[in-house]
Ligand binder design. Structure first.
Ligand code: CTP
Length: 216
């Protein structure tokens, strides 16, 4: 199968020397890319700025901002079977980017933010590829993940609980819950991101084949 996998954070510029970002390390997305290649699939890896070496056989598309990731995803899904949206794409970006460095002053500085485009929500409803979203939650994990599965029009939603600091965003281990449209859910208990990634690739392929019956 042809996988498109997004990974890592995005950076939203404030001025020429500053940006807004988040703590995503990219490890989960890179682990899924490696696991998919290991299982014999083709992989396009669309990555925000991270300190990781991409798997040798992946086609790497490097992006920085949420707008660049948006464009790269729309281009890549023209020819894919599975889209895994593992990236921590910004929800907000500065409403205006200052052309020159903002100088320090002795008063409060108000930064106005505008919503960034939601990549998952922007995908066509009728499509011939399987879509997996990731839900990073600190509370009411199942409720929020199921709501995102519906509003973001995904086929599967993988939720990770960030309330436990030992298995959070930057750590090497996680535990996930997988929610599907048919109300089924599945848990993969705490393990390394490498092991979770292998399990996820198996589950994704089995479910994608059921949905993409015309292709496989
Ligand atoms: N996502 C996206 N475009 C954005 C933001 C997020 O496509 N601009 C995708 C992520 O890649 C992920 C899913 O949406 O697959 C859920 O991301 P998450 O940060 O958990 O949810 P948000 O929509 O940002 O909602 P909230 O921050 O309120 O939990």
């Amino acid at each position: 199968m042809k996988f498109v996998i997004t990974a890592g954070p995005t950076r939203e510029p404030i001025d020429p020397v500053r940006f807004l970002s988040n703590r995503s390390s990219g490890k989960m997305g890179y682990a899924i890319a490696s696991a998919a290649i290991e299982a014999g699939h083709e992989v396009v890896l669309i990555s925000g700025p991270v300190n990781l070496a991409p798997p040798a056989d992946a086609r790497l598309v490097s992006v920085i901002t949420s707008d660049e990731m948006y464009a790269a995803v729309h281009q890549a899904v023209r020819d894919c079977d599975v889209l895994v949206m593992c990236a921590a794409v910004a929800d907000y970006k500065p409403a205006r980017v200052a052309k020159q460095k903002i100088k320090k002053r002795d008063e409060k500085l108000l930064l106005q933010l505008a919503p960034a485009r939601d990549i998952l929500k922007s995908l066509p409803r009728s499509r011939d590829f399987f879509v997996i979203g990731f839900a990073a939650e600190t509370n009411d994990v199942e409720e929020h993940a199921r709501a995102k599965l519906a509003t973001k029009n995904c086929d599967m939603m993988v939720a990770n609980d960030l309330s436990d600091p030992e298995i959070g965003m930057e750590s090497d281990e996680i535990a996930v819950m997988i929610f599907s449209r048919n109300a089924e859910s599945e848990r993969i208990s705490r393990a390394s991101k490498k092991i979770i990634a292998r399990e996820l690739v198996k589950i994704i392929c089995a479910n994608a084949k059921k949905v993409l019956t015309k292709k496989f």
